[in-house]
Design a binder for this molecule. Structure first.
Ligand SMILES: Cc1cc2nc3c(=O)[nH]c(=O)nc-3n(C[C@H](O)[C@H](O)[C@H](O)COP(=O)(O)OP(=O)(O)OC[C@H]3O[C@@H](n4cnc5c(N)ncnc54)[C@H](O)[C@@H]3O)c2cc1C
Length: 366
């Protein structure tokens, strides 16, 4: 496709901004049309880019070509990291399980991947009473969200993107004056195009502010996911849950929950945590997110979470689409123009952001 064409991108979350960056580098004119401002929006669980814990790991996502997209994304993150793009860091990341798990498909794509059997006699983050039976560790990229997202937004604006804050309705679509429209509208963007394949994984986060970075006895920055088994943490529908802790410049971010369901009139219809909930501000979160992480951190790093009382909780939706559909990355002709869809990234929208953006550029240029 000729350069200097006018491209409209619906959405200013991580997908829209990453696509904008790639297209601006290729000399397209880019306008971001978004209901929300990426940096100044109030809480809205449907605007997923307010919430990522932002590990670069392909968790909770389905669809074709995920390994290829992940590989492309990972290389792009690697380049940005080498250029010291703000907010990117590398952690020695542990994924640990109470039961036996096969090694993941992405094992060959992660730097310094080591299986549990090869480090179990040494340090790893562990709970005082729930044993680990399997797992792995690798060097993992993280995007410190409070730094990375504003830096990406600023970069895209400096490169020449326009931002048009507007809520689009279905009737607006035929009237859009851009040569091509890229749909990075997430859950609401899918609904705009009558795609009702929504399936959500609701997720809860708890930030523990001012807490220190976690380091291994040999001085590496450490992060972890721990799956304690169904008997310790599950949903009412018996789906086993995991918890995680990632360090950021301003403290820890604790997760997690992956409760499956949907929303009707903005009200959650779906799975709930089996066990107790705690209220932080006005957000209810599964109590296990705090208690399991607290146990691991005190036992493995000697730090008492109760010393850090500045806390904030959040809840957001990972829009996964139904398993048969998965991530949607394809072009369609509609209203006499080309639309390219890029949504349904589930729990991996940051992880796959660059791979998907490069694929959008390919679809645009083909
Ligand atoms: C608790 C939690 C933890 C997560 N952790 C991770 C993680 O560790 N790693 C990872 O990779 N991912 C993670 N994710 C997933 C990640 O946050 C999402 O996949 C990603 O943010 C999706 O981004 P997006 O830009 O595609 O969509 P969104 O962020 O939802 O953005 C949609 C955009 O479209 C706009 N829009 C929608 N409809 C309209 C309309 N009608 N008119 C105008 N504008 C419209 C919105 O205003 C917004 O700008 C997590 C998600 C949650 C909830």
């Amino acid at each position: 496709m000729e350069k200097n064409k006018n491209i409209g991108i619906i959405g200013c979350g991580i997908s829209g901004l990453s696509v904008a960056y790639v297209l601006l580098e290729r000399d397209f004119n880019v306008t971001l049309v978004s209901q929300h401002h990426p940096l100044h929006s109030g809480p809205d669980p449907k605007f997923a880019s307010l919430y990522p814990a932002a590990s670069i790991i392909p968790h909770s996502v389905f669809g074709e070509n995920i390994p290829e997209l992940f590989k492309m994304s990972q290389s792009f993150f690697e380049e940005l990291y080498d250029q010291e793009f703000p907010g990117l860091s590398v952690f020695q990341h542990y994924e640990l399980f109470n039961d036996i798990k096969e090694l993941p498909w992405y094992k060959n794509l992660m730097r310094n991947f080591v299986a549990f059997d090869d480090f179990k006699k040494h340090f790893y983050p562990r709970h005082p009473s729930i044993p680990v039976s399997s797992g792995w560790r690798f060097n993992c990229y993280f995007a410190d969200w409070g730094i990375y997202l504003p830096a990406l937004f600023q970069k895209v604006m400096e490169m020449g993107a326009e931002l048009n804050l507007q809520h689009l309705n279905k009737d607006d679509l035929p009237l859009l004056s851009y040569d091509v429209v890229i749909n990075c509208g997430g859950l609401s963007g899918a609904q705009l195009f009558d795609d009702h394949a929504a399936l959500l994984y609701r997720g809860h986060l708890l930030s523990i502010q001012d807490a220190p970075k976690l380091t291994s006895p040999t001085g590496e920055l450490v992060s972890f996911n721990f799956s304690p088994g169904k008997q310790h943490y599950s949903t009412q529908n018996d789906i086993p849950q995991d918890v995680y802790c990632y360090s950021r410049q301003d403290g820890w971010v604790f997760g997690g929950s992956r409760q499956m369901g949907n929303i009707r009139n903005d009200v959650w219809q779906g799975d709930q945590a089996m066990s107790d909930k705690i209220k932080v501000g006005d957000v209810l979160i599964p109590a296990k997110i705090l208690s399991l992480n607290e146990g691991i951190i005190e036992h493995s790093f000697g730090i008492k979470t109760r010393n850090y009382l500045k806390r904030k909780a959040k809840m957001g939706y990972r829009f996964i689409r139904k398993k048969d559909n998965g991530l949607r990355l394809e072009a369609e002709e509609k209203f006499g123009k080309k639309f390219i869809h890029n949504y349904g990234h589930g729990g991996a929208g940051v992880t796959l952001s660059w791979g998907c953006a490069l694929k959008v550029a390919e679809l645009l240029e083909s």
